[in-house]
Every structure is written in C-alpha cells, then in structure tokens.
Write a protein that binds this ligand. Structure first.
Ligand SMILES: Nc1ncnc2c1ncn2[C@@H]1O[C@H](COP(=O)(O)OP(=O)(O)OP(=O)(O)O)[C@@H](O)[C@H]1O
Ligand SMILES: [Mg+2]
Length: 336
C-alpha cells in the first residue's frame, strides 16, 4: 500500500488548572495515497487534538510525547518527519496548506471576516504556488466553481458573512483545496449544515477527492457518514483508537462493544418505530480515565480482574482490521 501519512504512538498532554491531562494516548493510524480514513468517536474522544498535533497547531500548553512518529511522504516523495519540525517556520508552513489542506470544525476559523473570500483564497494560492495575482484570482474562481458555487465571478468578491452557511462551507473546501494539497484533513465539515446540504457537500468532497487523487482524513461522530465516504475507519474512544480497519469490514463485523453501540445508535428509516439505542452513559473526561480499558465504565461485557486492571493491546482480526478489547484476546476469552 502506498502510505501517504503514518502516525505512530501519538500522545498529547495539556497542562491545565486541574493538573496534566492526556486526552490522546498512543494513537496510531495510516492514510494511503488517494484514500479516505474516517476518524469517528464521541465528543471529547480526541479527534481534533490528534489532527491538530499533526499540523503542529496545538497551543503552548500542549506537549507531544517524544516517542510519537508522524511521517508524511511529500509530493516529491521526500519523507517529512513532522514530529521533528519546529511548530513555526518555513518547513511547517509549506506543509500546512500546500501539502496538507485543512477544513476546520469551527465554522469561521478558516476565514477572516474582514477580507473577501477571493482575497483570502488568492493569498493562500500565492503562498504555495508561483502564480501572479490575475492567475491566482482565475484559479480561485475555478475552485469556487468546482465546489458548486454558482456565479463564482461575482461570489469571489463577497465577504464570508454574505454567504449562507452551506455556501461558506463550500468556499472553505475551495480554500483548503486551492493550493492542491495531497492530503486533506476535514474536521466535521458538514455538522453545521442541514441534511440535504450535508449530503451534497459529502458527495462533493468524495468526488473532488477522487478527481484530485487526494488522501483524506474525515472526522465525524457519525458512523453513517463514515459508511458513505471512508475507505478505512478508526474508532476513537477517550483518546485511543479502539478499533480500526476497512470500513465495510468494521461496519459488517464490528468487534469492539463501543463500535457495536455506535452502529446501533444510527437512526434508520426502516426502523422508525424502534427506539434509538444510544450508547448508555457518558464518556469520562480525560482526567478521570479509568485504569485498564477506557471503555469499561460503559461496557456490558466487563471481565472483572482483566478489563478493569489492564488496558487491552491491539489484537489483529482480519486483513487490516484490529481491535483493542479483551473479548477478542486469548487471555480475555479464557477468562470470560
Ligand atoms: N487546549 C486544550 N487544553 C486542555 N484540554 C483540551 C484542549 N483542547 C482539547 N482539550 C481536551 O481534550 C479532549 C479531546 O478534545 P478534542 O477537541 O480532540 O475532542 P473531539 O474528539 O474533537 O470532540 P468533538 O467531537 O466535540 O469535536 C477533550 O476532553 C478536551 O476538553
Ligand atoms: Mg473536534
């Protein structure tokens, strides 16, 4: 497999008033060139922190543990060891935007309210591509057109607040793609949109991704969305990846009780009369992470003396599919 990005053993800690918390603990995943990895998990599971670490966009209160490896193969097939780059300076700036595009979860974070959409796109384009102002403007218009914004010649001179939410989201995608990144990180790009527009934007992203041969990390808390867009999926819970594998395999043969719970919580039109089954209980905060398996406080299959004592290791199941759960480990099976 042609690996574009590999993250190994990523842990992130923050200094807070309540002491040091580690909301991301030993996360590993890979993204293949031209493929989509879906990162799914409840609010607070550490999805945004993991990808912000990757882009070195964490605040000063954050520390990335020294054993982390974040390796990216750039457009010239040069291996970039992201963990060794300084958080500021030319190499990381070249990576951000130019190699790796980002769509942020915070709706307004990508655009400044005081400049037109066009000016912001032109600036981003010229930062990474050797183009004159006119050419960059033409490219910006072309990108707005590509993401389905009608009348892009006029829209390019509008300010972000003059656009509807859906249109702004499309403009954000156009901005993120304007420098031609090889990897796109999309952090919940559709959550703020109504369902019909959400479906359109998803389709658009999937088409653009195939068209441009981009790799993508798509973050969401909706496994239904993952089913539509991702080739591979990583399920995150309380800072660790509890299950990962090819999307179809994970959805058809979920192994972790948390993944099973997420799948049962998806509303379905054929089951309108059934009550939805949310995963019972709440995700603990990172400073209350239990000893042993992080999911044990909500799990119905806890093996006493094992799950509440020792964190499960990653167990391989089928090709590329693995789980961190004692139920799938020989030791757990014999104890259960
Ligand atoms: N700057 C920070 N300082 C301290 N704690 C933080 C900081 N940023 C995030 N956290 C904590 O890290 C944990 C993971 O946060 P993160 O934003 O990655 O969650 P998420 O999975 O993206 O959730 P959501 O689906 O709500 O976006 C949370 O408990 C959060 O409170
Ligand atoms: Mg987030």
């Amino acid at each position: 497999m042609d690996t574009l990005l590999s993250v190994e053993n990523l842990s992130v800690s923050f200094k807070t008033d309540e002491g040091v918390i580690t909301p991301v603990q030993g996360v590993s995943f890979t993204v293949a060139r031209g493929k989509t990895l879906g990162l799914v998990g409840e609010s607070g599971s550490g999805k945004s922190v993991s990808t912000k670490a990757l882009m070195r966009l964490l605040p000063g209160s954050a520390t990335i543990a020294p054993e982390a490896k974040m390796h990216y193969l750039d457009k010239h097939d040069k291996l970039i060891e992201i963990e060794k780059l300084k958080g500021k300076g030319a190499p990381i700036r070249a990576l951000r935007g130019g190699e790796i595009g980002m769509i942020f979860q915070e709706p307004m974070a990508s655009f400044s309210p005081v400049y037109t959409i066009g000016n912001q796109m032109i600036e981003a384009i010229r930062l990474h591509k050797k183009l004159g102002k006119r050419e960059a403007r033409a490219h910006a218009i072309e990108m707005l057109d590509k993401v389905g914004i009608s009348n892009p010649q006029a829209r390019v001179d509008q300010y972000p607040h003059e656009m509807s939410g859906g249109m702004r989201q499309r403009a954000m995608i156009a901005l993120a793609l304007s420098a031609g990144p090889a990897l796109l990180i999309a952090d919940e790009p559709t959550t703020a949109l109504d369902v019909t527009i959400q479906a359109q934007v998803l389709e658009l992203m999937s088409d653009l991704q195939k068209d441009l041969g981009m790799g993508m990390i798509f973050i969401t808390h909706d496994l239904g969305v993952i089913a539509q867009i991702a080739d591979e999926v990583a399920v995150m819970y309380l800072g660790t990846i509890v299950e990962r594998g090819p999307t179809r395999d994970v959805i058809h043969n979920p192994a972790h009780p948390y993944t099973v719970g997420l799948l049962e919580a998806i509303p379905s039109l054929d089951r309108l009369d059934e009550r939805l089954k949310p995963v019972p209980g709440d995700i603990p905060s990172p400073n209350e992470r239990p000893q042993g398996c992080p999911f044990q406080t909500r799990c119905q299959h806890v093996v006493d003396g094992l799950c509440n004592q020792t964190a499960p290791l990653e167990t391989p199941l089928a090709a590329g599919h693995s789980v961190r759960c004692w139920l799938h480990d020989e030791k757990g099976k014999s104890a259960a």
